[in-house]
Design a protein around this ligand. Structure first.
Ligand SMILES: [Zn+2]
Length: 171
């Protein structure tokens, strides 16, 4: 990617949409597992050049925060869910999610390194990846989503598609 394209890419606004089913699925999981870090993969679709729709998530309870080890393990365990969506043409792998029970919704240094590791690993053949970070606060689901691309030096914070604009941008 040349520097002009790179700049255009960074200037673009990228948005995402989280279905209410997914919100409920994540919220239920967090309510049951409290302070433990939980994560899994994100299944969704690129609806337009700058717009991603999150259709489903897999849930891996026993695994700790994002790492290459967890990435491979969770991808293998999520295969059934991926196959189902592939068969129904509802979605495909678009990234990873996990909870930050007691800290900010921004990616940690390890999170960012792992995500860039995924998109820059030529063997994986993944050009981009979303990272969704979630937490519960007073039983309300808070979340932020980020976009990682193999040709970008920094991640991009995604804007939520304006369905409801309430309190999802808390640091
Ligand atoms: Zn994290």
């Amino acid at each position: 990617m040349n520097s002009l394209n790179r700049l255009k890419f960074v200037m673009k606004e990228i948005s995402f949409e989280l279905s209410s089913e997914v919100k409920n699925k994540i919220k239920e999981t967090l309510l049951h597992h409290g302070i433990n870090e939980i994560g899994g993969i994100i299944i969704g679709r690129k609806e337009a050049e700058e717009y991603f729709k999150i259709i489903d998530v897999s849930i891996s309870i026993e695994e700790k925060s994002l790492s290459f080890y967890r990435f491979f393990k969770s991808a293998r365990k999520s295969q059934k869910l991926l196959n189902k969506h592939f068969k129904n043409k509802t979605g495909y792998y678009i990234g990873e999610w996990h909870s930050h029970p007691s800290f900010s919704l921004n990616p940690s240094i390890t999170d960012a390194a792992t995500m860039f590791g995924i998109v820059r690993n030529s063997k994986m053949n993944i050009n981009f990846c979303l990272l969704l970070i979630v937490k519960l606060m007073d039983d309300e689901l808070l979340y932020k989503a980020f976009f990682f691309h193999k040709d970008l030096d920094n991640f991009i914070t995604l804007k939520e598609k304006a369905l409801d604009t309430s309190a999802n941008n808390i640091e």
